[in-house]
Write a protein that binds this ligand. Structure first.
Ligand code: UDP
Length: 428
């Protein structure tokens, strides 16, 4: 199959761990690579954000990244990209007219808009030349879409701090209703999609994945001291709830459990010096008297992540909300238990009492209780680590996710052939 991925702001070539570069970049790169390993040809289309970038860059065998001119060739925050989506669509349509993909898979709501507009341009061209449609173009390919995050959930939790453009409120649900298939990454997202009016029959489920060879329990672990090590890693944005872990550390100290350190990986991505989120979090740590036990690592290189995860007694993920959350998968793959807020994708991935513990969201007391229960219990941590690894092997390797995704593509293709303008046939 020829697969066109569209990922307007999240290039698979960017380093994850900063403000607009995280799970989506990892997801697009890894899924594309795993699909290519199954014999497909993948092109990832992303917006050119640097004039020096070549138009087409090979990522790996069978995967190329194409930089499309759409707006100024410089870094633009993703929430300011909407005005450039028609230009992105024009660039996509031009490429696809020359070489039609079999399926299009867009990532994030704005890529969905661009992909749909490009597909409409192809469809209109095919309608204008029906013979050419039959002989060459075949009309527009089906568009499948992964949201990665939903504006309605973001607005619910972030309120006026949400910098998404207001148009997201109505354009995003439209993307969900217009694409051939929405690929939800977790059951919580599927529920949200239904409440946005996306019919169940056009929702399919495929989680994010992890590379189980790179993230493996066997391998070097970063050096550490005798204290229990709690790790929190990800983009350092307030909604990731790292302040809760700092507060839990102080609560543990009040209970006499002060031999615990917190390592925080990631940056806020603004490239400001000092990093404003690190300043805010270290201010909280100082004021609670645990400043000496919280260490900020800054951005963690991909290749250093497994050793860091292996060095921890527990990885804590306590976001306010989480569309999916790849870090818990990476942690379980390394055999490290996860304490997770029971939100979004973490409800599906972390099994309470088996691969880690669930805590209620935004509850530092509950988090301190969970840490106090788990950290001193070597046997339980080892059992959680083993079960986590087994769960990853059974469900979350990118190879398995790619096979699931391929089936969803084939299903969409079959339905497009049977009934070009409808969405017959349940896929969930
Ligand atoms: N990441 C990284 N270095 C960092 C911080 C994060 O490589 O300093 C990676 C992390 O290992 C994971 C991804 O970025 O693969 C974050 O994905 P997740 O879904 O957990 O969060 P998101 O950033 O998408 O909200």
């Amino acid at each position: 199959m020829k697969i066109a991925m569209v990922s307007e702001h999240a290039s698979p070539l960017a380093a994850p761990g900063s403000v607009d570069a995280g799970g989506q970049n990892v997801h697009v790169a890894a899924l594309s690579t795993a699909l290519a390993a199954r014999g497909h040809e993948v092109i990832v289309y992303t917006r050119r954000d640097d004039p020096a970038l070549p138009r087409r860059v090979p990522l790996t065998d069978g995967v190329d990244v194409v930089h499309v001119d759409a707006g100024p060739a410089q870094r633009i925050p993703k929430d300011d990209l909407l005005p450039h989506m028609s230009a992105l669509a024009a660039g996509l349509a031009q490429d696809w007219a020359a070489e039609r993909p079999d399926v299009v898979h867009s990532h994030f709501w704005m890529s969905g808009l661009a992909a749909l507009e490009a597909a409409e341009t192809l469809e209109a061209a095919a309608d204008a030349h029906p013979t050419a449609r039959a002989a060459v173009t075949g009309g527009a390919p089906p568009v499948l879409h992964t949201f990665h995050a939903l504006g309605v959930v973001k607005r619910r939790h972030q309120g006026s701090a949400d910098t998404s453009p207001p148009e997201r409120a109505w354009l995003e649900p439209q993307v969900g209703r217009r694409v051939d298939t929405v690929i939800a990454t977790c059951s919580d997202e599927a529920f949200e999609l239904r409440s946005l009016g996306v019919p169940s029959r056009s929702i399919a489920l495929a989680p994010c994945g992890v590379d189980p060879e790179l993230f493996h329990p066997d391998g070097p672990a970063e050096q550490r001291g005798a204290r229990y090590r709690v790790l929190s890693v990800g983009r350092l944005v307030p909604r990731k709830g790292v302040d809760l872990v700092v507060r839990a550390l102080a609560l543990l100290a009040e209970r006499g459990m002060d031999e615990v350190e917190l390592v925080v990986g990631g940056t806020d991505g603004s490239a400001a010096d000092p990093d404003p989120e690190i300043s805010r979090l270290s201010g909280i740590a100082e004021s609670l008297g645990v400043g000496d036990r919280v260490r900020f690592r800054g951005q963690v290189a991909r290749e250093d992540m497994p050793a860091l995860l292996r060095s921890a007694d527990a990885v804590v993920c306590t976001p306010w909300y989480e569309p999916f959350g790849i870090v818990p998968l990476e942690s379980m793959a390394c055999g490290t238990p996860v304490i997770a807020a029971s939100v979004g994708g973490l409800i599906d991935t972390v099994v309470d009492g088996a691969t880690g513990l669930h805590v209620p969201p935004r509850d530092a007391e509950a988090l301190a209780d969970a840490l106090a229960e788990l950290l001193p219990d070597d046997d339980r941590r080892a059992a959680f680590g083993l079960a986590g690894r087994r769960r990853i092997e059974a469900r979350y390797s990118w190879a398995r996710v790619a096979a699931q995704t391929e089936r969803i593509y084939l299903d969409a293709l079959a339905r497009a052939r049977r009934a070009p303008a409808s969405l017959e046939g349940a896929v969930l």
